[in-house]
Write a protein that binds this ligand. Sequence first.
Ligand code: GDP
Ligand code: MG
Length: 812
Amino acid sequence: MKLSELHTGERGVIVKVNGHGGFRKRIQEMGFVKGNTVTVILNAPLRDPIEYEIIGYKISLRREQAEKIEVISEAEAKSMMTEPEDLSALHSDDRYLQRLAAERRKVIKVALVGNPNCGKTSLFNIAAGRHEHVGNYSGVTVDAKQGNFEYGDYRFELVDLPGTYSLSAYSPEELYVRKNLIDDTPDVVINVVDASNLQRNLYLTTQLIDMNLRVVMALNMYDELLASGDKLDTTQLGYLLGMPIVPTISRTGEGIEKLFDIVIQIYEKSDPHLARHIHINHGSEVEQSIERLKALISKTEEIRHKYSTRYLAIKYLENDKEIDSVVEALSNRDEIIAARFEENNRIRSLMGSGLESSMVDAKYAFVQGALAETYVPNATRRRKSNITDKIDAVITHRFLAFPIFFFLLYLVFSGTFAIGEYPMRWIEWLVSHIGAFVGSAMGDGWLKDLIVDGVIGGVGSVLVFLPNILLLYLFISLLEDSGYMARAAFIMDRLMHRIGLHGKSFIPMIMGFGCNVPAILATRTIESRKSRLITMMIIPLMSCAGRMPVYILLAGAFFPRHAGLVLLGLYTLGIALAVLAAKIISRFFKDDDLPFVMELPPYRVPTAKSIFRHTWEKGRQYLQKMSGVILAFSVALWFLSYFPNHNAYDTVAEQQEHSFIGYIGKAIEPVLEPLGFDWKMGVGIISGVGAKELVVSTLGVMYSEASSDEASLQATSTESTEVSTDKKSTGETADTPSGSTRLQHALLKSVTPAGALAYMVFILLYFPCIATFIAIKNEGGGWKWAIITAVYTLLLAWVAAFITFNIASLLA
Ligand code: GDP
Ligand code: MG
């Protein structure tokens, strides 16, 4: 009987807890575990909650919760008793009740769910020894048939449900199946799947996953799969879907015993690795909608008793009629209805289609991704039906995949820098004019210097990168929204696994070439915590756009003929060390490396709005970093280089030497000397802690020579930003010496080529900038990972620069 039916003062022993996974987990954590004795303290009719005592604690449950718990009561036990002497046993201890409960527990309710014609009734007949009509057309099973049988030590109550393609509330069959799953709560669901038509059959499976039930898959018609010559990795597919898969041939009965063995194991949870609850990833936009609705629906605590709230949110967003009426009964229904309306509009304007179809797409993308990893159709039989399949045949082709991928990457990066040059010039122009204007409008004094050099100069030197960053993210968004990135992640997956990462780590790493901060945030899509943390820790080795001007300045000055080669070498070094670091770091992690499906959404032309929004979203993170951390840092830097003695020397360089920053630079000089750096370069390194974009402007100030006539702090700090655009003109335009060429001359005089090379290596590798550091702390869940990253990158930078300097010195 149900626990809720026990009267005040009565005792019962728990047989089992019914309901969806989340509910069972919560209830069992409260102590309502099979075999435990519950005593009713107070169960007043019509009163909620009911008070119980279990394992020495008093606990109250809502009536709905108590209804989901099955118990055996003393009264029941008595009625089953034959021997009179047992009666005393009943009162003296719980052992008798417990034995009965254990026996009762041996009854397992199983429901068969699957598409029409996948062989459910055949399976049912074989298992239950019945002769229900089997037919090769849909609609044969109009209602549920129940059959009981014994197997092993268990008694099975098997229900053959009507066949459905989906679990939406459209057809009576679908409603019937859903009602059975939610109200009659089978202990285990057998999802019967037609192995010869996986794509369509697995769609229903994704909906069972949403419901958070205990599911075992019967991969039926396995004979047809074998005969067709198709190959399927059932073990891997089972890992990906989070459920055990048993191949069956229900026409002959092959695999059916094994199937029920697994059902028993799932029921008894004897092997925790057999099943796990996964979430189908609907893509970041739709997931955002799901989260919002889930939070609103969860405000009504009781709703969790019957439904998984995630399932409710998903179904409600799909405009499910039945869930509509569930929500109708909630106290905050108006809020929920409004939220769905808003989310639907948001998704529609972003993706061009409403939530309902976006969800369907996402589920097919999941199925597509799971099959792409596990299923190889027989080559002779393979036929490409739709456009996505045709495109995929080329893009994920064994030999073509990588060349296409690298070609696209090349296009993205060359496009970014070629197009980015123009807006970069405009911004530079604007910043220098604003600086000049403010400079002329303000009276001389430290305040003017602070505004012009500290604020405008510092932030301006970072602002020039905004076009490049936005362009890079524009291209990445285009690749993401068109569906290509998912394929890129897919083809990289195998390689990434070798270094302890996941295919999904790949996109954040590419984004890291723009700016590390949005890249760190983009790791959110990685389900495995291990992969996610490692990805975050190696992203700083991806050379962001902020490091580019240092390379251009130094490579242009010291290796003018091989500047391109040096740049390429630096990027490659970063990637190679990232791979190495990932390999080493992954050793320190426990293997939580559960496989996850990489969704393969259909290709589509991205909408302008969605591209714009996704680009902006990433660009905004960059701007935020600029407005906060960089502003503060450049003001602090200005302060340190301005005081004390800001009026005591004739030249900027001398003044710098005797400022705080000069003192700090000199203090760290001994550490940097073995790398071939002088103290001025050390100051550059310190400023790069705030943002690597600041290194060049700082060097500009440090090396401003006494001889250059108008080498005021202002002129150098703003002009030095031109370096980045002068990459092509360095050397050619020697007749019009700009800040950068002047700086290059100064550097040539005081640094050796080996030192310059080592400096670039150091800038590439050392400390992720403050903003990235904070991003790692926030996303990684604590200072620990941020600090580890900072320390290891610093050590790595020093060692790599040391090696570079010494080898280069030998060769020179
Ligand atoms: P239901 O609609 O899911 O109940 O499917 P049925 O049990 O009525 O089976 C549909 C058809 O598939 C029947 O013709 C069965 O004989 C056939 N069938 C069932 N299981 C298998 C199997 O494992 N292999 C093959 N080749 N045919 C099967
Ligand atoms: Mg049937």
